[in-house]
Unconditional design. Structure first.
Length: 160
């Protein structure tokens, strides 16, 4: 096992946060299954994808591969353009295991921008939307002098 100090970069910011998030998401999947008696995938599909009419969004790599119209990622490796293979997510699918189209993602964004409403349905509860929109874990910019304030909101790091 590595010493705790090895999880921090030279600016003192924690790489540990990413490890912690992975564990949190892993346990969230387990808790969702235990509480609902349904898999995380079924919960996402039934409670988010269906109400938002996200018909080309998948939690399962096999379902994506059955489609004849999807985009692959590409990257530069040793001065050559190479196809980037899909990563196989297992129990940590919430950390990035959803594949979608721009059309479906626009339904998701419309829902968020409309306080959880999409096509006259409240797909995301309003009280949850309000909580998630709050700026969380704020701290001053001591470690980055050009910043006035930093923290997290909507799951993103926000800096001002």
């Amino acid at each position: 096992m590595q010493p705790m100090s090895s999880y921090f970069n030279n600016k003192g910011q924690a790489v540990f946060d990413q490890l912690l998030l992975t564990f949190i998401l892993y346990f969230a999947v387990k808790i969702i299954k235990e509480v609902t008696n349904e898999s995380w995938e079924n919960n996402i599909e039934d409670n988010i994808f269906a109400p938002l009419q996200m018909t080309n969004t998948f939690t399962n790599l096999e379902d994506v591969k059955e489609k004849d119209n999807f985009s692959l990622g590409y990257g530069l490796y040793r001065n050559n353009i190479k196809k980037v293979n899909f990563e196989k997510y297992h129990d940590y699918k919430p950390a990035g295991g959803i594949r979608s189209t721009s059309k479906d993602l626009s339904n998701w964004m419309i829902d968020w921008l409309n306080s959880g409403n999409y096509d006259s349905a409240q797909a995301i509860p309003l009280n949850f939307v309000k909580k998630v929109r709050m700026f969380n874990n704020s701290r001053d910019g001591d470690d980055e002098p050009d910043l006035f304030l930093q923290g997290y909101g909507l799951g993103w790091r926000v800096e001002v």
